[in-house]
Write a protein that binds this ligand. Sequence first.
Ligand code: ADP
Ligand code: S3P
Ligand code: MG
Length: 166
Amino acid sequence: MPGAGKTTLGRALATAFELPFRDLDEEIVRSEGRSVADVFQADGEEYFRRREAEVLRVLLAQQPRLVLATGGGTPCFHNNLELLLETGLTLYLAVPVPELVRRLQHAAAARPLLARLPDAAALEARLSETLAYRQRFYDRAPLRCAAPTCTVEAVQHLLATYQASA
Ligand SMILES: Nc1ncnc2c1ncn2[C@@H]1O[C@H](COP(=O)(O)OP(=O)(O)O)[C@@H](O)[C@H]1O
Ligand SMILES: O=C(O)C1=C[C@@H](OP(=O)(O)O)[C@@H](O)[C@H](O)C1
Ligand SMILES: [Mg+2]
């Protein structure tokens, strides 16, 4: 979900694992030469999702070993989840909606699907609806950590347990 901490934790995990880090939104921004908000505004969500799927495929083909922070919607469109499950190890950051609201209420403008909502109650309603639809995708990730313990150390522990059971 937006605000779950994918970009923040992904960067820290990449440092800890000494792997390159990429943020899919940043790759789209680089490829498009404009912000995510501008892409949504000028060309709409369908266009953004098409570019998101294309940029994801190019990135994974070019750089198979990396830590990748996706966007919150990435696994829910264009079979991206199947690709992510086949090519890598996916981690779902489960963060309760009220905590997402706390993190995003002053930063929603940069996230077009959450922009222009009148107040925190509307933001909470939008996030709850979005999560209710997306949960089925997020639950397919083999690794999951729940706030407030989505730390580098927690993920290292999760990975060790996962690898020991593989
Ligand atoms: N573990 C955390 N605890 C509290 N705030 C966090 C945490 N991780 C990220 N944040 C804050 O939440 C906001 C969204 O983080 P970000 O990494 O951009 O999330 P995402 O990429 O999932 O949308 C930022 O303001 C960030 O500083
Ligand atoms: O949840 C979503 O559909 C989106 C999340 C955003 O990324 P973050 O999850 O990093 O905010 C970005 O990809 C776009 O605004 C759409
Ligand atoms: Mg992000």
